[in-house]
Design a protein around this ligand. Structure first.
Ligand SMILES: [Zn+2]
Length: 277
């Protein structure tokens, strides 16, 4: 078994029109010898329980590991009036995702709205803990994964995601290395030494075994001083992917690497090909 499963966030561009949808995406990934799919429920969760059962069965048949990207419109730092709507989007993604065979639910944690990370986490962490408690009370074992975000104004630094994960069992980061590189806006976080430091911090905070279940998003990225601008094909970007892969390999990391580049499956296959065996 390889260290990492590789796949795409959203359906491969080459998914044929029939059967199309998530079932078509799973079949196409299997055909390409890719083995992970993150269902892109990024606008809203609009799926029936019956459809989820079909997705789950096909994923099991084709041995494609499923995760869900929850809607963008989730904010752990929303006002008390807005929070129930954010919460419902996250919980719907977790409920239907679990029925579709997803083990991990990825979400953007929100915005600081100008407040300090510490004070925002004081609001965010109890809200998130309560979500996990409710999921477990309904026998839903999914891991909720706040994603590391590409802009410095967004909740979702490596430190933020590690703190949420350390304080709440059932929470683990989604490491988006393109975002981690774009976030400082100065071209840093793009070397073997810096990538190794991230992996070291992750293991220190969450334990060495957590390195065997990493959930990684990857693409090339364009950025300004404020951080992320847009995603790029890996080879048209400055991302030092070989350095990243060397750092992951040397720390014996495993899990999933999901491609978010504009040339989805092409770059997913490229990553799978160059990952050191
Ligand atoms: Zn994302």
């Amino acid at each position: 078994m390889a260290d990492f499963r590789f796949g795409t966030v959203g359906s491969p561009a080459s998914t044929p029109a029939k059967p199309g949808g998530s079932v078509g995406a799973i079949q196409r990934l299997a055909e390409l010898k890719l083995s992970a799919l993150e269902l892109g429920w990024v606008q809203a969760v609009r799926v029936s329980e019956a459809t989820c059962a079909v997705i789950r069965a096909e994923a099991e048949k084709q041995d494609v590991a499923i995760s869900v990207h929850a809607p963008y419109f989730i904010n752990l730092n929303a006002s008390d009036e807005e929070w129930p709507k954010s919460r419902k989007r996250l919980m719907d993604a977790a409920h239907f995702g679990h029925l579709a065979g997803a083990t991990d639910i990825i979400f953007h944690p929100g915005s600081y709205f100008g407040a300090s990370p510490e004070s925002v986490l004081e609001t965010a962490i109890p809200r998130l803990r309560e979500c996990v408690d409710e999921l477990r009370s309904k026998d839903n074992p999914v891991i909720l994964r706040p994603e590391t975000m590409g802009k410095s104004a967004m909740l979702g630094s490596l430190t933020d995601t590690l703190q949420m994960s350390r304080e709440i069992p059932g929470i683990l980061p989604c490491l988006d290395f393109a975002h981690l590189h774009a976030r400082p806006g100065d071209g840093t976080v793009n070397s073997y030494v810096e990538f190794s430091q991230i992996i070291h911090d992750y293991a220190k905070e969450l334990g060495e075994p957590a390195l065997k279940h990493l959930h990684i998003h990857l693409s090339g990225i364009e950025y300004t001083a404020k951080g992320e601008k847009n995603h790029l094909p890996i080879q048209e970007s400055d991302l030092q992917i070989q350095e990243l892969f060397k750092a992951l390999r040397e720390a014996h990391c495993a899990g999933r690497i999901l491609c978010e580049s504009p040339i989805l499956e092409e770059d997913a296959l490229f990553m799978q090909k160059i990952y050191p065996g």
